[in-house]
Design a protein around this ligand. Structure first.
Ligand code: C2E
Ligand code: CA
Ligand code: CA
Length: 516
C-alpha cells in the first residue's frame, strides 16, 4: 500500500462494491416479482452487518483524511518556519539580517525603557575590508566576515540583537541598558575582539573598525533618526586612525551639515569650473632660474570663502568627485604649461586613491596629446602612502606613464614609513624632501643630518632632489651647499594664477648670485 490515503481508497472501493452488489440483488427481487416468482425477503441481520460495515469504512476513511490533512498542515508550518528563519537571517554569518533589524529597532523605539534605563543602537563598519577582498579574494573576505560575526556574538550580551546589515556593515540593538556606559562597555569588548588578528590560510589579517552609538529613544525620535544619528557617530569613529567608538552628539550634527554644504559647494564649483590650478615655481638652486611649476588647487567658494585644498580634496574624494576635479585641473594646468618655455616642467599632484584608477594613465596621456604638452615635461607627484595602498596597481599605472616619458616624483619624502623600499622597487625620477625637515634644518641637528642624507641618497641614485618649504636665504644656501639641486617655497614665490606665471620668466633674477 502506498500510504494512508490508499487504505481509505480500498475501503471505499470495498464499500462501493458491496452497495452495488446489494442493489443488483434488490433489482433481482423486483424482476422476480415482475415474473411472479416467489418474493425473497432480506434478512434483518444482513442489513445491520452491511450498515455497520459501511459505518466502519466511513470512519476509517474520515480518520485517514484527518491524518493526511494534519500531516500536510505540519509540513506547511515547518516550511513556513524555515522560510521565516531564512528571511530574517543573514545566510553567510547566520546573524539577524536587515529585516529583523528593522523589526527589532521598531519595537525598541516603540517601547521606551522606564526610569534611568536606555536602549542603544551600535552601527559598526570594518576599515580596510574592501582591500582584503580585493587582494585575497571574496572567499577570504567571506571567511573573515564569518569569523568576525562569531567574535561579535561573543562580545554581545545575552539577548542583544546582532545584525549583519550587508557587506562589512553590522549593527547591535541593545535593550534596557543601565546607562550609556553599558553601551561603551559592549563597544570596547567588540574592539577588543579584534586585537588578535584574524587568521585565514596562514595569513594574519589585522582588521580595524568604527562604532557609532546612538542612545535612544529621546521624545519624538523616529527609527530613521536613531539610525541617522548612529551613522553620524560612525562616520566620526571611522575617521580615527585606530578602532574607535563614538557617541552621537549635537556638535557632530553640525559637522555633518557643514560637510554636506561643502560637498554641495564642490559640486557647484565643478559645474562652474571655479576650482583652478595655481602655480608655484620650482627653482634651480645653482642658477636661480625657474625650472618648472607645481600646480596646486585653489578655490574660493562664494558661500564659504577660501577653502584650502587639504580641506576640500578629501571631501571631493569621499563624494567620488576627485576624478572629475583632477581632469579639470589637469587640462587647465597643461594649457598653462604649453605657454611656458619648452624646458620648463609641470608638476601635478595625484592622490593615493587615484592610483587604483586603471584608466588614469590613459586619461593623462590623452590630455597631453590634446594640449600638445610633451610627456617629458610632466612630473606626476605622488606620496608614498599611495604606493603602500596598492603596490601592483601603482606599479602598473606609474609604469605605463613612465614608459610614455612622464617623470615620477615622490612627494613629502621622508614622512612615509618605507621610503627606501619604494626607492629600490619603483623607478622614480625625483624625491621632494618634506618641508618639515627643511623648516627645522637651522634649529635641529637631526633635521639637518636627515636633509644631508636624503640629498646624498638622491645623488647616489642619480635622481633629482627638490627641497620643499624653502622660506629663507639661509635655508637655500645650506641646501645648495649640501648639493640639493632644486628648491620650492615662499622664498622663491607662492602659487600664482596661470596668467601670472609669465612674470617669473620675464624677471628671472639669478638666484644663484643672490644665494652666493
Ligand atoms: P604638497 O604637494 O606638499 O604641496 C605643497 C604645499 O606646501 C602647498 O600647500 C603649498 O602652498 C605649501 N607651501 C609651498 N611653499 C611653502 C613654504 O615655503 N612654506 C610652507 N609652510 N608651505 C609652503 P597647499 O597648496 O595648501 O596644498 C596642500 C596639499 O594639498 C599639497 O601638498 C598636495 O598634497 C595637495 N594638493 C594641492 N593641490 C592638489 C591637486 O591639484 N591635486 C591633488 N591630488 N592634491 C593637491
Ligand atoms: Ca606636491
Ligand atoms: Ca609636498
Amino acid at each position: 500500500m502506498r500510504n494512508g490515503a490508499s487504505i481509505a481508497e480500498l475501503m471505499l472501493i470495498t464499500a462501493g462494491a458491496t452497495v452495488a452488489g446489494l442493489l443488483m440483488w434488490e433489482f433481482d427481487i423486483f424482476r422476480d416479482q415482475e415474473f411472479g416468482t416467489p418474493t425473497k425477503m432480506i434478512e434483518l441481520d444482513e442489513t445491520l452487518i452491511l450498515a455497520a460495515f459501511l459505518t466502519v469504512s466511513m470512519l476509517i476513511f474520515c480518520w485517514d483524511r484527518v491524518r493526511t490533512v494534519r500531516k500536510e498542515v505540519a509540513r506547511r508550518e515547518s516550511s513556513e518556519r524555515a522560510y521565516r528563519v531564512l528571511a530574517s537571517q543573514d545566510p553567510l554569518t547566520g546573524l539577524a539580517n536587515r529585516r529583523q533589524f528593522n523589526e527589532g529597532l521598531a519595537f525598541a523605539v516603540a517601547a521606551p525603557p522606564g526610569g534611568e534605563r536606555t536602549h542603544a543602537l551600535l552601527m559598526l563598519d570594518l576599515n580596510g575590508f574592501k582591500q582584503i577582498n580585493d587582494v585575497y579574494g571574496h572567499n577570504v573576505g567571506d571567511e573573515l566576515l564569518v569569523i568576525f560575526a562569531q567574535r561579535l556574538l561573543k562580545a554581545a550580551r545575552q539577548g542583544d540583537l546582532v545584525v549583519r546589515l550587508g557587506g562589512d556593515e553590522f549593527a547591535l540593538v541593545l535593550l534596557q541598558l543601565a546607562g550609556p556606559e553599558e553601551a561603551s562597555t559592549v563597544a570596547m569588548r567588540i574592539i577588543d575582539t579584534l586585537k588578535d588578528p584574524i587568521m585565514i590560510d596562514a595569513t594574519h589579517h589585522f582588521v580595524r573598525l568604527g562604532i557609532g552609538i546612538c542612545v535612544f529613544p529621546s521624545p519624538g525620535e523616529t527609527i530613521d533618526e536613531v539610525v541617522r544619528r548612529a551613522d553620524v557617530a560612525l562616520y566620526k569613529a571611522k575617521s580615527e586612525k585606530t578602532s574607535a567608538f563614538r557617541f552621537f552628539d549635537d556638535d557632530m550634527d553640525k559637522l555633518v551639515h557643514e560637510r554636506d554644504l561643502l560637498e554641495r559647494e564642490i559640486r557647484a564649483a565643478l559645474s562652474a569650473g571655479t576650482i583652478a590650478p595655481y602655480f608655484q615655481p620650482l627653482t634651480d638652486l645653482n642658477t636661480g632660474k625657474v625650472v618648472g611649476f607645481e600646480a596646486l588647487a585653489r578655490w574660493t567658494s562664494e558661500i564659504l570663502g577660501v577653502i584650502p585644498p587639504d580641506r576640500f580634496l578629501p571631501v571631493a574624494e569621499e563624494a567620488g568627485l576627485l576624478p572629475e576635479l583632477t581632469d579639470q585641473l589637469f587640462l587647465k594646468s597643461c594649457k598653462a604649461a604649453i605657454t611656458w618655455p619648452v624646458n620648463t616642467t609641470l608638476a601635478f599632484n595625484i592622490s593615493p586613491s587615484q592610483l587604483k584608477d586603471e584608466r588614469l594613465a590613459l586619461r593623462i596621456i590623452g590630455v597631453l596629446g590634446k594640449t600638445g604638452l610633451t610627456p617629458s615635461r610632466l612630473e606626476i607627484e605622488i606620496t608614498e602612502s599611495a604606493l603602500v595602498h596598492d603596490l601592483d596597481a601603482a606599479q602598473r599605472i606609474l609604469g605605463s606613464l613612465r614608459e610614455s616619458g612622464v617623470r615620477i616624483a615622490l612627494d613629502d619624502f621622508g614622512t612615509g614609513y618605507s621610503s627606501l623600499y619604494h626607492l629600490r622597487n619603483f623607478k622614480v625620477d625625483k624625491i621632494k624632501i618634506d618641508r618639515s625637515f627643511v623648516a627645522n634644518m637651522g634649529s635641529e641637528l637631526e633635521s639637518q643630518q636627515i636633509v644631508k642624507a636624503l640629498v646624498g641618497l638622491g645623488r647616489g641614485l642619480g635622481i633629482t632632489v627638490t627641497a620643499e618649504g624653502v622660506e629663507d636665504d639661509a635655508q637655500a644656501r645650506q641646501l645648495q651647499a649640501e648639493g640639493c639641486e632644486q628648491g620650492q617655497g615662499y622664498l622663491f614665490g607662492e602659487a600664482v594664477p596661470a596668467d601670472r606665471t609669465q612674470a617669473f620668466f620675464d624677471s628671472q633674477i639669478d638666484q644663484a648670485t643672490a644665494v652666493r
